[in-house]
Structures are given as C-alpha cells and as structure tokens.
Design a protein around this ligand. Structure first.
Ligand code: ADP
Ligand code: MG
Length: 619
C-alpha cells in the first residue's frame, strides 16, 4: 500500500485523491460513525455487524479501557467503573453537577479542578477523556473498515450545546487524535441526511426523541444556507421514561411487590424495554416475570405514554412560537431517535404538524449520515458543492452597563457565525480603564443573567466622561465559540477575551431563564427604566459638576452658580428618594431646562476643551 503511493517529488500519484472523512454522532446512549462511499453515505459496522456503539466505557487497572458492548457487559458486575451517559457532563463544572438531569451513578473524585472527575480503578477521569475513548473506538472502526487514515471528521452536537459543551467536545476529539472540520448541530445533520439541503428553501422541524432526551429544532433553509430558528425540548424525557411507565404498570399488577425493591425494578425495566420495542411491530406482547405473567396491548401502552408524548408536543408548540411560525409554515418534519419508532409517537407528530414526517431513513442513523455528507464536502471531495451551515445562539449575549443593567449585543436565536459591534463610552472624567463584563441570558439585570467572563480594557487616554469611544465587538464563530474584543477608537488601544467558560448552562437552566424572563418581563421593563433614569440623572449631575469646576468663573454670576448648585442638589435628592422613573425623568428635565442658558453660554464662548463643550452640550 505505502509503496504504491510513492511518487516523484512535485508529482502526485492521484490528482484528485479522495480524502477519507467521516461523520460522527456522539450520542448520550449510542454513538455512530458514517462515511460517504461512491457517492452514498452510510454508517459503518463493527466486526459483529453492529452499527450502534453504546456510549459506554469500562475502566480497569491492568488493561486499556473497553468501549461499547464489551463495556456495557461489565455494567452489572462493575457499575462504578462502567461509565455511561457522560455526554450530560460535557462542558459542565463542579457547580453544575446538582442541576444535571438524570441520575448519574458515579463516584466523583475530590479535585481542585473545576471539571468534575469520576473515580475509577484506573484513576479519576473527566467526561472529556471518556468521550475521547468513544471517539477513538469510532476512528479505529472507520480506519479498519476503510483501510485508510481519517483526514478529518464532522461531529454532531445538540443544537442547544453552549460554548463550554462544544469546546469540551472539541477537546475530546483532540485527545482522540481527530481533526475536527466542524461541529454541526444534530438537527442540521438530519436535514442534510434527507437531502433537504438540495432544495432552494424550506422550513424544517426536527423531532428527536432518544433514550433520555427530547429535542425539537426548527430550521430554515434559504439560498443554500441553513439557519436554526429555534430549539427546545426536555433533557429528562425519552424512551427510558416509556420503559419506566411500563415497569410501573407491571409493578402495579404484582400483588405483593415491595415498594423499594431495586433488583425487581431493574428486572421490570429490562422487560419493559423489550415489550416497548416489540409493540412497535406487534399489537400485543406477553410479559413474563418469575411468578407473574401479563399481556400488554399497544393500546394500553399508548395510554401509559400519552402524557409524555403530549409533553413533547408542548415543546414543539413553544419552539414554533420562538421561531415566530405557525404550524402550516413548516414544510418538512423529520423524525430522529430510536423512540420515534413508536407508532403513536409518529402519529402524534404527524397530527400535530398536519403532515407526514420523513421516516424513510433509520432514525438512529440519520444524524451520523448527515454529518458524513457534510464531512465529505468539507474534506474537499465535492469541490463543486459548497454549503454554509448556520446555527443560532440559544441565549442572548450582552454586556454589563452602569447600574447593573445588561445591554444585549447579540439577541437569542441569532444565526451564527455573526459579528456585532456596539459603541460604549466612559462614565467618569479621566477614566483610563473600562471593565467589560460579558453575560448570557434574557433578563434585564446582571444578577439574573449568567456571567461568562470579564476583562478590563486599560490604556484609555484620560478624557472627559462620554468622550472616549470604545467599540466592543462580539464575534461568534461557526462552532458557536464567542470572542469579545474592545477597542478605544481614538487611540486604537485594544483588548480581548475568548470565552471558554469552565462550565456551561444546562438546557433546563436555559429553559428556566427563558421562562423567568417571560414571567418577569413587566417588572424588568419597569426596573430597567428606573435604572436608566438613575444613570441618566447621574450623568447629568456629573456633567454639570465637571463643567462648573472647569469654568474660569467668568461665565456665571455668583447667583447663577448658586441657582445651578441648588438645582443639582434637588435632582440628586430626587434620585436618592424616588423609585419612580417618571419622577426622576421630570427632575432631569427640570435641571436641564434651568441650565440651558449656561450650555448656550459655554458653547458661544470659545471653550478651551472642545470635548468638555461637547459633553455639556449633552445636558
Ligand atoms: P440517544 O440519541 O439518546 O442516544 P437513541 O436515538 O439511540 O438515543 O434512542 C434510544 C431509545 O430508542 C431507547 O429508549 C430505545 O428503547 C428506543 N428504541 C429503539 N428501538 C425502538 C423500537 N423499535 N421501538 C421503540 N423504541 C425503540
Ligand atoms: Mg441521538
């Protein structure tokens, strides 16, 4: 093989050498790898003809970790060294552990690092390292079955993954020695798998019901550009809950089951899962336990899971609302995830969207197949085809302003990549540094948003308040990573920060933050206008002060000076005592009016400092 590839210097043996690229669906319960061969994409199987690799890793003292089915086989005997569902931990910090949905039956190691580590006999490991083992196994599978090394991969992530979670996924790939062409969103990959990217335009809903999670995403395709309009779902709802519903039903049938019998529950869950999967193809199924036997019909099963299915539809309704769309504006619906094999789930989705959802492809494989097609293009194997993928940011990004308010620079559901700049100024005379505090969230005040990072722009030349022009640029790249840059425009002084928070938001937190932003919208608006008026008042007071202090005392008579000081004190007092933005606003107006003559005089006299003149002009 190697010998055949030797060529004369400067001459390549194959001018259009095909680069081996793969798509990877790094899932919570299962992972897959797919590639494009002779123009068609498919997932790759292991030597046992299995396509789905359980996302499970087993650690032991004396050999490298086992991955997949072999690891899963150790779960019962050696649960503490058999790690599953680590995707829920990706990009999360110690502080986030309590808020993660789903039971994570691990022993966490005592550690100083902000990243939680799970204790195993082979040492403490992070979710990133565990994911790297899964990725290594998939890389090995691809290289074994294709006889070549991978030049790069596209890895899929949930659309709601934040910066930290995406960064953690990239880190895992790095550890697995993989070149990542790009991370793309799972729903986007699903749309590509169905070839919807070949259309000129369309609006697509992707309904993904997996083992432990439900995700709904609304995408829009226009002129070859994919944009995620909104995302929603539930990180603690999936096929596993169907299993629980059946298991509970079985337990109710048992005459003298002990309430807290864990072994019995586990047994019931296994039977429940088999029953559920059988009912996707049969009308009834027999369930046999040691001293009990029963029949579960599809109709009974449907009744058991109806409330859960209904919950997924409320998320769909919400995602539509976020995307500002009606159901009838959706052109295509795609089913993803093993649980969409349940007939009543399909029927419910079809009925909700009033059209037949795409389900031709295996719902387990859809995401990996779409990722493979994207990887093939990014590897340069299809030079005639270009595709730009756009996603959205799940929560707004903003900056802390005076008075603890947040000024949103990029709004939630804005398509990325995006760059947006906003100008700010100094608040105090002679201020030489500006602290920039970056926040994420929908509400108006700093305390109710999440802090992503802070940095200070130093070296602002001393100027009067409001004269410095500081341009703050937010840039979110195609992978969803944020870079913030601040520049003082008159001098070019610059500073920046790349946001790589050590932990991210759970989608539950996102939901909670969104909900509270709606619940509190009225309060927030009032609070905001109060704070705005308070700031405005302080600015007016400072400007007047500064002007009078810098004067050479020829512009004002003593009487006028006293009169302005009195007005100054009055506004300051109103500001302290009033909680009503309208009252403060009126007080500002009053002072401005009484100072009008002074502003005019300053403008007319040749004021030494043009800057100061400008500032007072603002009064
Ligand atoms: P994830 O994306 O969370 O890794 P998957 O998409 O692989 O999950 O879906 C796994 C879920 O699909 C499990 O709850 C499994 O029981 C369920 N599932 C798989 N096959 C069927 C079937 N034939 N009928 C019903 N549910 C199924
Ligand atoms: Mg999935």
């Amino acid at each position: 093989m190697a010998l055949l590839q030797i060529s004369e210097p400067g001459m390549t043996s194959a001018p259009h050498q095909h680069r081996l690229a793969a798509g990877i669906d790094l899932g919570t319960t299962h992972s897959l790898v797919a590639t494009v061969r002779s123009g068609s994409a498919d997932t790759l199987a292991d030597s046992q003809q299995q396509h789905l690799l359980p996302s499970v890793v087993h650690y032991s003292k004396d050999r490298p970790p086992l991955v997949g089915l072999e690891a899963l086989a150790k779960a019962n005997k050696d649960p503490l060294n058999t790690l599953a569902s680590v995707k829920r931990l990706m990009g999360r910090g110690q502080n986030d552990l309590a808020t993660i949905d789903g039971h994570l039956p691990y022993q966490f190691a005592e550690t100083d690092s902000s990243v939680p580590r799970i204790q195993t006999v082979a040492g403490a490991v992070s979710a990133i390292e565990v994911s790297a083992e899964i990725l290594k196994a998939l890389r090995q599978r691809a290289e074994d079955s294709l006889g070549d090394i991978l030049s790069g991969v596209v890895i899929t992530v949930p659309a709601y993954f934040d910066d930290a979670q995406r960064e953690a996924t990239r880190d895992a790939a790095k550890l697995a020695n993989l070149t990542v062409y790009r991370l793309i969103n799972e729903p986007t990959a699903a749309a590509i798998a169905y070839g919807l990217d070949q259309q000129t335009s369309g609006t697509i809903a992707v309904y993904d019901l997996g083992g432990g999670t439900f995700d709904i995403s609304i995408l829009r395709l226009s002129k070859g550009v994919f944009e995620v309009l909104s995302t929603g779902g539930n990180s603690a709802l999936g096929g596993d809950d169907f299993d629980y519903a059946i298991a509970e039903w079985i337990l109710q049938q048992l005459p003298n089951a002990v309430a807290d019998d864990q072994a019995l529950l586990r047994q019931c869950l296994t039977l429940a899962r088999q029953a559920k999967e059988t009912l996707s193809h049969h009308e009834t199924t027999e369930i046999t336990l040691d001293h009990w036997q029963g029949t579960l019909s599809r109709t009974n099963f449907e009744a058991l899971i109806a409330p859960l299915v209904k919950k997924t539809l409320s998320s769909c309704r919400r995602a539509l609302r976020d995307a500002k769309l009606n159901k009838d504006e959706i052109d295509d619906v795609i089913l993803v995830g093993g649980s969409t094999r349940v007939p009543s789930v399909r029927e419910a989705v079809n009925a909700f969207f009033e059209r037949t959802a795409h389900s031709k492809l295996d719902p387990d494989k859809v995401v990996a197949i779409g990722a493979a097609r994207q990887a093939d293009i990014l590897a340069g194997n299809k030079p005639d085809q270009e595709m730009l993928l756009l996603d959205v940011i799940p929560l707004s990004l903003g900056i802390e302003m005076m008075g603890g308010l947040v000024d949103k620079v990029i709004h939630r559901n804005t398509a990325i990549p995006i760059t947006r700049a906003q100008e700010f100024t100094t608040f105090k005379d002679g201020q030489t540094a500006l602290s920039i505090h970056i926040l994420q969230g929908e509400r108006e005040t700093v305390e109710t948003n999440r802090s992503l990072g802070k940095f200070v722009l130093h070296g602002i030349p001393p100027m009067v308040a409001g004269a410095a022009r500081i341009k703050v640029t937010f840039q979110v790249d195609a992978d969803g990573l944020l870079n913030v840059d601040a520049q003082e425009l008159t001098t070019g002084t610059r500073s920046n920060i790349e946001i790589k928070p050590s932990y991210g938001l759970t989608d539950n937190e996102i939901e909670t933050m969104l909900r509270s932003s709606i619940d509190n919208a009225q309060d927030d608006v009032e609070l905001r206008s109060l704070r705005e008026q308070q700031i405005e008042a302080r600015r007016t007071l400072e400007a007047l002060n500064a002007a009078m202090e810098s004067d050479d005392e020829t512009l004002l008579s003593e009487e006028e000076r006293q009169q302005l000081y009195a007005g100054h004190s009055e506004l300051a007092a109103t500001c302290k005592t009033s909680e009503d933005s309208e009252v403060i606003k009126a007080a500002i107006k009053k002072l401005e009016k009484s100072a009008e003559f002074y502003v005019e005089r300053r403008m007319n006299s040749s004021v030494k400092k043009a800057m100061a003149g400008q500032q007072i002009n603002d009064i």
